[in-house]
Ligand binder design. Structure first.
Ligand code: FE
Length: 336
């Protein structure tokens, strides 16, 4: 027996001895294109490989890089699963024909209907709430109520916003267009613009500016605040759950879909189903401070300190359906 033959024999014996790990010998793999670069290093993928023997190979980039690569490669792509942040990005990928519809009772059970594509081409993995953030030193929660009320003149010069070309705010406006109609959303954004908001190019910088006293209120995703509080206990910013007597807080997802030309479709589906399982949801929540998409899982203890809230269940697909209208609306009212 040559050394190579011996190694192969030893591997087969190992595979027989370790149920569930046969795959290692056959090198099962799933290729993931991800525009969440930090997902690649997350323990949840190592856990998937440990359980299934399926290796996870990543190509990471920003959303445009990943989208353009997937589109340019067409049927030749190596990608089996696309992971992205924001339903607006996933909706665009689905519309471009890059994702395949998936019928999976597991995904249907793990992911509530408003957090996945009505045509089953993408599914939420984690939830982020985009709400009002305020200085705990200079603002009382009783002064806050709705997103629209940030247009009250009392917030003039005290309000911070992301730029309107950021997908998070495009999706926020797009969802509201579906929920409230364009005229009402235009009124909300006009109110903000009249308050001469300070425009930021990142949610974290906006939160730091509240802490530093440059502004007093703003709108960001929940996990950025949780990360800052985790790093700097006593960070003087808190979330205010907006619109609780109305439609509720705007929520969005990070999510994934099996690609239209997946070569390892079964493995991609296995990974997607695993990511929405209670075990994986806890690992993801521990790493990112996002809310679980699976309603059977309780959020990270740090998020429990934020309290509970009513979320708008309009359906995250609205972020894509009304994205173009949201961009036009922002232009029209001079929201940079
Ligand atoms: Fe983000």
């Amino acid at each position: 027996m040559s050394f190579v033959q011996f190694r192969l024999a030893a591997l087969s014996l190992l595979a027989l001895a370790l149920p569930g790990h046969e795959a290692l010998a056959q090198d099962k793999v799933v290729h993931v294109y991800s525009s969440r670069s930090h997902y690649g290093s997350e323990p949840v993928f190592a856990e998937f490989t440990r359980r299934t023997g399926i290796r996870v190979e990543f190509f990471s980039g920003n959303n445009n890089e990943v989208f353009e690569r997937l589109r340019a490669e067409g049927p030749r792509t190596k990608a089996d699963l696309l992971i992205s942040v924001d339903a607006g990005n996933l909706w665009n990928a689905a519309r471009a024909g890059l994702l395949a519809p998936i019928q999976s009772p597991t995904l249907a059970a793990n992911v509530p209907a408003h957090l996945r594509d009505p045509e089953s081409r993408w599914f939420g993995i984690a939830v982020r709430a985009r709400t009002i953030m305020y200085s705990t030193e200079r603002v009382k929660p009783a002064e806050l109520s709705t997103y629209a009320a940030l247009g009250d003149p009392k917030w003039k010069g005290r309000l911070g916003l992301r730029s309107s070309n950021n997908i998070y705010n495009q999706s926020l406006l797009a969802s509201w267009i579906k929920r409230h109609g364009e005229a009402k959303v235009e009124g909300i954004v006009k109110g903000w613009v009249a308050n001469q908001p300070v425009i930021f190019d990142s949610d974290s910088k906006l939160l730091e500016a509240i802490a530093a006293g440059q502004i007093d209120v703003g709108i960001t995703n929940s996990y950025y605040l949780a990360r800052l509080i985790n790093q700097k206990p006593g960070f003087p910013v808190a979330p205010f759950w907006a619109d609780q007597s109305g439609a509720g807080v705007h929520v969005n997802i990070s999510g994934a879909g099996v690609t239209a030309h997946a070569k390892n479709r079964d493995h991609a589906l296995a990974l997607l189903e695993f990511l929405t399982s209670p075990e994986a949801q806890r690992i993801i929540g521990d790493g990112n401070f996002e809310y679980p998409v699976n309603p059977s899982v309780t959020p990270h203890p740090l998020l429990a300190t934020f309290g509970t809230f009513k979320a708008d269940d309009i359906g995250t697909a609205a972020a894509g359906e009304h994205q173009a209208a949201a961009v036009r609306l922002a232009d029209r009212v001079g929201y940079r």
